[in-house]
Design a protein around this ligand. Structure first.
Ligand code: ATP
Length: 747
C-alpha cells in the first residue's frame, strides 16, 4: 500500500484542481508563509475523515471552501481525493456482520466533499459511503483516527501536552491496536444489538407464554375431551343398545298384556250378557204376571161379592114375593101391647143396624125389622095373588141364573188362586235361581274390576314407556350432538342376557356426568385450537432457538471482546517496551545522552452516571460518585547533565526534540503508511536538523514522509519537492521544483 497522489479542488486556497504526486519516500512541500502549504496537510486530514474543524483551522465546513478573490469567484464545494496503490490488496472493509471484505481495486481512492450548507460526502472508488466506512477502511491499513501520523504546524510538541489518557490512545493507535479497538467497538455494538434482540425475543416469548399456556391447557382439555368422548361413545353404545332392546321388549310385552286384558274383559262382558255391568236387575215378568193375576182375583172377588149381594137381594125379593102371594085385607086391629112389642123390637133392630158397617148386615137387620113389622099381617086373612106367583117364578129364574154366574165366578176364583199359587211358586224358584246368578255375576264383576285396573296399570305403563321412548330418542339426538354419527354405532353393539334397569340407570348417570363435563369444557372446534397450538408452539420453539442462538452469540462476543482486550493489553505492554527502546535511543541521539521512557500510569476517573453503559455494554448500576482507576501513559525523561525532569520546564527546542524522538520511536516500532510533518523541524538548530534529517531517512524506509518545511537540511533529504505559491488571484499554485529552487522558494 502506498500513497499515490492527493488531489485538491476548491479546498481552501486551492481554488483549482491541484495534484500532488508522492513518487518518493520523502516528499517535501515548500513555499513562503501563507502560500497554502498547511492547507495541503489539512486537505489530507480532511480527506481521511477529520471531524475536528479546529484542527483544520475552520469553524464550519464553508471555511474549507475556496472563498473567492477579486479575480476568482468563490467555490460551491471543496473536494479532496487521495489515491492509494492497493496492488498488494491490503485495504479491507468489514461489513455490518463483521465479515472482512477485501477491496479488489488496484487503486483505492477516497474522496470527501463539503458543500456550503455543511453537507459532507464520502466517496470510495466512485461509490458514496459513510464516514464510518472510511474509518473502517483506513483502520485496516493502520491509519488511525488519533492523527498521530499527521503533525500539524505548531504541534511538534503535541504529544507532550497530551493527557495520559490521550497519550495512551496515541500509543495504541501508533501500535496499530486501534483496529482491535474498532473490533471491540464492533463487538460491543453487536453485543448491544444481541442483548437488545435477546430482550425483545424474551419479551416476545414472555408475551407468548400466557397464550401458549392457555392453548396448552386447552389442548390438555381437548385431550381429556377426546378421552371423555371415547368413554361417552362406549357408554352410549351399551346404554342405547340395551335401552332400545328393553324398550322394544317392553313395548311388545305391554301390547301383549293389553291384548290379553282386553280379550279377558271382552269375554267377561260377553258372559254377563246384555245386562250392563253394575246395573240393577230388571223386575221379573212373573212378578208382573202375579201382580196382574192378583188384580184379576180381586176383581173376581169384587164381582163375586156383587153377585152374592145380588143373590141375597133376589132371595129377599123372592121371600117378599112369597109373602105377598096371599093378599090380606086392608084393615087390621092391633093391640097396644102388640104395638109396644113391635116398636120395641124395631128400635132394638135399628140400634143394632146403626152399629153395623156392612151394608149386607144392615140389610139383614132391615129384613128382620120387616119380619117384626109383618106381624101386623097376621090378622087379615091372606088371599092368593097370581101376579105375585109369576113374579116369584121370575125371581127364582133370575136366582138360578145368578147362581150359575156365581158358580162360574167361584170356578174362576179357584182358577186364579191356583194360578197365583203357581206363580208364587215360580217366583220363589226364580228368586232362588237369581241368587245363584248374582253370585256368578259378582265374581265376574270382581274379575272385570281386576282386569280394568290391570288395564289402567297397563295404560300407565304405556305412558311411562312412551316417556322412556321419548327420552331414549332425545338421548340419541344428544349423543349425535356430542359424538356425531359415531353414536349410531350402538346399533352394532352386542350383549348377552337381559337389561338390568338399575345398571341402565347407572350408565345413564355416568353418561350425564360426562355430558355435563363436556359441556363445561365448552370446546367446540378442537381443530382450530390444535392448529393454533401448533403454530404458537412452533413460534415459541423458534423464539427459544433464537434465544439460544443469541445466547451463544452473546457468549462468543463476550469471549471475542475478552480476547481482543487481552490482545490489546499484551500488545500494548510489549509495544510500550519496544517504543521505549526506540524512544530512549532517539532521545539519547538528539540530546547526546539522557533517559526517556513511557510508563503506564493510573489516574482516578469518575464513574459514569447510572444509566450509562460502559464500553462492554454493561450497565453500571451505582449512582453515587465513584472513582475508578484509569489507565494512561506518561512520559519520563532525564536530560543529560541536567536535573530537569518536568516536561513543562523544557525549552521549546527541547520539547520539539523530545516530541520528535517519541513520534519517531512510535513510527519505528510500527511504521505508519505515511507520516506528515508540518514544520516539525522549525525549532531545531543546525546540528539537530541534521539528526532530524537522518531520522527522516531512517523512517522513510518504512513510511512515506510528507514534510512541510522551511529547513534546507530537511529539504535536502526529500526526493520530490513541491513549491507552493499564492498569486494575486488568492489561489495557491503548486509546482514541482529542484532543491535549489526549493530553497529559494522557501524563503
Ligand atoms: P506558513 O509558512 O506561514 O505557515 P503556509 O504556507 O502554511 O504559511 P497556509 O496557512 O497553508 O500557509 O495558507 C494560509 C493561506 O490560505 C492564507 O493566505 C489564507 O488566506 C488562505 N486561505 C485559508 N482559507 C481559505 C479559503 N477558504 N479561501 C481562500 N483562501 C484561504
Amino acid at each position: 500500500m502506498r500513497l499515490k497522489y492527493l488531489e485538491l479542488n476548491g479546498f481552501k486556497s486551492f481554488a483549482k484542481k491541484t495534484t500532488l504526486e508522492f513518487g518518493h519516500p520523502i516528499v517535501s512541500v515548500v513555499g513562503p508563509n501563507g502560500s497554502g502549504k498547511s492547507n495541503v496537510v489539512e486537505a489530507l486530514r480532511f480527506v481521511l475523515g477529520e471531524q475536528s474543524m479546529k484542527s483544520m483551522r475552520g469553524k464550519t465546513g464553508v471555511d474549507l471552501i475556496f472563498k473567492g478573490s477579486k479575480s476568482l469567484s468563490k467555490g460551491t464545494k471543496a473536494t479532496v481525493s487521495v489515491y492509494f496503490d492497493n496492488s498488494d490488496k491490503v485495504f479491507k472493509l468489514s461489513n455490518e456482520e463483521g465479515e472482512i471484505v477485501e477491496l479488489n481495486y488496484d487503486t483505492v481512492s477516497i474522496s470527501r466533499e463539503v458543500y456550503a450548507d455543511g453537507l459532507n460526502k464520502y466517496i470510495l472508488n466512485d461509490s458514496d459511503v459513510r464516514l464510518k466506512d472510511v474509518n473502517n477502511l483506513l483502520s485496516s491499513v493502520h491509519i488511525g483516527s488519533s492523527g498521530h501520523h499527521i503533525i500539524s504546524q505548531g504541534e511538534a510538541d503535541r504529544v507532550l501536552n497530551s493527557t495520559p489518557r490521550d497519550l495512551k490512545e496515541i500509543v495504541e493507535d501508533a501500535l496499530g491496536l486501534k483496529v482491535y479497538q474498532f473490533k471491540i467497538k464492533e463487538g460491543v455494538r453487536k453485543l448491544e444489538r444481541a442483548n437488545e434482540n435477546m430482550k425483545e425475543v424474551s419479551i416476545l416469548r414472555r408475551e407468548n407464554a400466557p397464550h401458549l399456556n392457555f392453548l396448552k391447557k386447552q389442548v390438555e382439555k381437548l385431550e381429556k375431551v377426546k378421552e371423555m368422548k371415547v368413554e361417552l361413545s362406549t357408554l352410549y353404545q351399551e346404554y342405547l343398545k340395551k335401552e332400545s332392546v328393553y324398550l322394544n321388549e317392553e313395548k311388545s310385552r305391554l301390547g301383549e298384556d293389553k291384548k290379553r286384558i282386553l280379550d279377558a274383559i271382552r269375554e267377561i262382558v260377553e258372559k254377563m250378557g246384555d245386562e250392563s255391568i253394575g246395573e240393577d236387575k230388571k223386575e221379573s215378568p212373573k212378578l208382573v204376571e202375579l201382580r196382574t193375576t192378583e188384580t184379576n182375583l180381586s176383581n173376581v172377588r169384587r164381582l163375586k161379592n156383587e153377585i152374592e149381594r145380588k143373590l141375597g137381594r133376589i132371595e129377599g125379593m123372592i121371600e117378599i114375593a112369597e109373602t105377598r102371594r096371599v093378599e090380606t085385607p086392608e084393615e087390621v086391629v092391633v093391640s097396644f101391647s102388640e104395638m109396644k112389642e113391635i116398636v120395641g123390637d124395631v128400635n132394638t133392630f135399628l140400634d143394632e143396624a146403626l152399629k153395623k158397617e156392612s151394608l149386607e148386615d144392615i140389610i139383614n137387620i132391615i129384613y128382620r125389622i120387616k119380619e117384626v113389622l109383618n106381624k101386623f099381617d097376621k090378622k087379615p086373612v091372606p088371599v092368593e095373588n097370581n101376579s105375585r106367583i109369576e113374579e116369584i117364578e121370575n125371581l127364582k129364574n133370575t136366582q138360578r141364573e145368578v147362581l150359575v154366574e156365581m158358580e162360574r165366578i167361584e170356578e174362576e176364583d179357584k182358577k186364579i188362586q191356583e194360578l197365583i199359587r203357581g206363580l208364587k211358586d215360580d217366583i220363589q224358584k226364580e228368586s232362588e235361581q237369581g241368587m245363584e246368578q248374582e253370585r256368578a255375576r259378582f265374581t265376574l264383576k270382581v274379575k272385570h274390576q281386576e282386569l280394568s285396573s290391570e288395564l289402567q296399570l297397563n295404560n300407565v305403563k304405556e305412558e311411562n314407556l312412551k316417556r322412556l321412548i321419548e327420552s331414549y330418542e332425545n338421548e340419541v339426538r344428544e349423543g349425535e350432538a356430542f359424538l356425531g354419527a359415531e353414536v349410531f354405532l350402538f346399533q352394532e353393539y352386542v350383549f348377552e342376557g337381559g337389561v338390568d334397569r338399575g345398571l341402565q340407570e347407572d350408565l345413564r348417570r355416568k353418561i350425564e356426568r360426562i355430558k355435563i363435563k363436556l359441556e363445561d369444557a365448552g370446546l367446540t372446534n378442537g381443530a382450530d385450537i390444535l392448529k393454533e397450538f401448533d403454530e404458537v408452539t412452533e413460534r415459541d420453539a423458534f423464539l427459544a432457538k433464537e434465544m439460544e442462538d443469541l445466547a451463544r452469540s452473546i457468549e462468543s462476543l463476550h469471549q471475542l471482546i475478552g480476547e481482543l482486550k487481552e490482545k490489546i493489553h499484551v500488545e500494548f505492554e510489549t509495544g510500550i517496551k519496544k517504543i521505549n527502546t526506540k524512544f530512549h535511543e532517539f532521545f539519547a541521539l538528539m540530546f547526546g545522552g539522557g533517559e526517556a521512557s513511557l510508563s503506564i500510569v493510573f489516574s482516578e476517573k469518575r464513574k459514569k452516571s447510572s444509566n450509562e453503559e460502559d464500553e462492554e455494554g454493561e450497565v453500571i448500576e451505582e449512582d453515587e460518585e465513584e472513582f475508578v482507576p484509569e489507565e494512561g501513559v506518561a512520559i519520563d525523561i532525564a536530560l543529560p547533565h541536567k536535573k530537569v525532569k518536568e516536561l513543562h520546564s523544557l525549552s521549546g527546542g527541547e520539547r520539539s526534540l523530545t516530541s520528535i524522538a517519541l513520534l519517531f520511536a512510535m513510527s519505528a516500532v510500527n511504521p505508519p503508511p505515511f507520516l506528515v510533518l508540518d514544520e516539525t523541524d522549525a525549532a531545531l538548530d543546525e546540528a539537530n536538523s541534521r539528526k532530524y534529517g537522518d531520522m527522516l531517512e531512517k523512517l522513510s524506509e518504512h513510511s512515506q514522509l510528507i514534510v512541510v518545511t522551511h529547513n534546507r537540511e530537511t529539504m535536502s533529504r526529500a526526493g520530490v519537492l513541491y513549491g507552493v505559491t499564492i498569486g494575486s488571484d488568492g489561489a495557491s499554485k503548486l509546482l514541482s521544483v529542484k532543491f535549489d529552487e526549493a530553497a529559494a522558494i522557501a524563503k
